[in-house]
Write a protein that binds this ligand. Structure first.
Ligand code: ADP
Length: 490
């Protein structure tokens, strides 16, 4: 099958969050399974160009219709760790992708609407006619709309679209002007309830809604989050629409790249280990303590790795930290905050606890250190308020690090409580709590610490249960291919 992914991120060249990992990991898996896969991305000025190999011009003079005229673009080609990527570079005064940032500009809707249009125009002009276009999040919501309303008639009618939603909170809500910019026009048509009209603001268009209405299949990044989006407020206003289209909506759990995240071969850790020789893990615990200047001794080490923002349950992270250090455990935090207030709060905490021998806060983004944290910690906490999929718990499981998670989104699909799950004991791999208050997280911590201190053999069994799970791209790759097959045959 010939598949083109259109996205605004791809790890490691342009990665802000999980989307970048998914685009890279999924495309790699699809290729391994014998498909022809290409990725189309914006050519940002702030990309990691050192990860692009053989960058060269693939298409010189691409003129992309925009408002009444056209914008001149160059399309580049390069390999990103083996993946075939095309990068769209517009030459206009808008400097859409020369902002020294991926997102967060006042005209993001225009930047990515332009990108969606340019990606299709490039495919049209370069004669690319894939079986499947797979696009992602609100930024690419217009891809299926433009394909169906404009490019179908120009010889691209056989292409089927799969649309994946990674985050329902950002939907690309905008005014009528975008219709004139992209050549869609006809506001009386696109403002209809059946088309792109936003559910809560009748005078606005919703690009994510466009993606859902016009795609042949829609996914989100875990089965439980698909349920939440339909039945709870986590759909952020799109729940009724997802009900309407439930035959073409499903959740597919993201995968983890086991070439990068695997304690057997990890280059970033001093002690490599496997389930039968798990002792190697403890070298990493010592190395982590040395690196972060916390004392050695018979104490469990609990970690948090991730963004520090309201979504991640910062009040629970803070509570867990104090609970751990006052109950004979150690705590390590690796994270940065996109939110100024939360960032300041954690910097204050860091100063307050600076001389504490049982805890360390590393307020930085450090991919290499994160490997050592996953490998060296005994447990990891993921107390998110919402979590469409979540990667940290899946990575932790692979490293034999027991996850303590809140029962939301993809965490429900991947972590099964040691004491209260219906699965057989050997399939239980962590601790789960439900409420978003301090007592709830304590209920998990008290059980986990108790097991570590008093039943070490049982704790080890729990670690091994987690390591046996396969959360690689193997299963999601097969699932996406089933979806592609299904929509291609219809
Ligand atoms: P989200 O996409 O919501 O940020 P995920 O759990 O899906 O959360 O993915 C987070 C990824 O980013 C994980 O691979 C995690 O290891 C990594 N990560 C987050 N913060 C940091 C940090 N400060 N340093 C290193 N890696 C980090």
């Amino acid at each position: 099958m010939y598949i083109v992914l259109i996205a605004t991120e791809c790890a490691p060249v342009a990665k802000v969050g999980g989307l970048g990992d998914v685009v890279f990991g999924l495309s790699r898996e699809l290729e391994i399974r014998g498909n022809e896969v290409e990725i189309i991305l914006p050519k940002y000025d702030c990309m990691r160009y050192d990860h692009i190999f053989g960058l060269c011009v693939a298409y010189h003079d691409l003129w992309v219709p925009w408002y009444g005229g056209a914008v001149h673009c160059t399309v580049w080609f390069g390999f990103v760790h083996g993946r075939k990527c095309f990068f769209i570079e517009p030459h206009s005064n808008d400097s859409f992708f020369d902002r020294r940032t991926f997102y967060g500009c006042h005209d993001d809707v225009y930047r990515f609407a332009f990108f969606s249009k340019a990606a299709l125009e490039f495919m049209l002009k370069a004669g690319k006619r894939p079986d499947i276009v797979h696009c992602h999040d609100w930024q690419c919501g217009l891809v299926p709309v433009l394909l169906y309303e404009i490019y179908n008639r120009l010889g691209m009618g056989r292409i089927r679209v799969c649309y994946t939603i990674h985050n329902f909170r950002h939907q690309g809500v905008t005014g009528a002007d975008i219709l004139w910019a992209t050549g869609l026009g006809r506001p009386e048509y696109f403002f209809r309830h059946e088309q792109l009209r936003d559910a809560s603001n009748p005078s606005a268009l919703n690009l994510m809604k466009g993606g859902i209405v016009y795609s042949n299949f829609v996914t989100t990044v875990s089965p439980h989050h698909a349920w939440e989006a339909k039945y709870t407020d986590q759909g952020c206003g799109l729940g009724p629409l997802l009900h309407q289209y439930s035959v073409k909506f499903d959740g597919v759990l993201n995968g983890v790249d086991y070439d990068t995240w695997n304690p057997e071969i990890d280059r970033h850790i001093p002690g490599r280990y496997t389930p039968p020789a798990i002792e190697g893990k403890y070298r990493n615990k010592e190395a982590l303590r040395d690196r972060l200047l916390i004392r050695k001794g018979f104490k469990p080490l609990i970690a948090y790795v991730g963004r520090l923002d309201a979504q991640k349950g910062v009040h629970l992270i803070e509570h867990a930290l104090f609970y751990c250090i006052s109950h004979g455990a150690q705590f390590v935090l690796l994270g940065t905050s996109p939110d100024g207030d939360i960032g300041a709060r954690f910097w204050r905490l860091k100063h307050e606890l600076n001389d504490h021998q049982d805890c360390h806060l590393e307020l930085a983004y450090d991919e290499e250190l994160s490997h050592l944290v996953y490998a060296g910690a005994d447990m990891i906490i993921v107390p998110s308020m919402y979590e469409p999929c979540g990667l940290t718990q899946m990575i932790a499981l692979k490293y034999g690090t027991v996850p303590l998670v809140r029962a939301v989104g993809g965490l429900v699909d991947t972590v099964f409580d040691r004491d209260y799950d219906w699965r057989p004991a050997e399939q239980r791999n962590g601790y789960v709590f439900h409420h978003a208050d301090s007592l709830a997280i304590e209920s998990a911590l008290v059980r986990a610490l108790g097991l570590w201190f008093h039943y070490p053999e049982e704790f080890r069994g729990l670690m091994l249960n987690g390591m046996r799970y396969d959360y690689s791209w193997n299963n999601p790759g097969a699932k996406y291919l089933e979806i592609y097959d299904w929509i291609r045959d219809r």
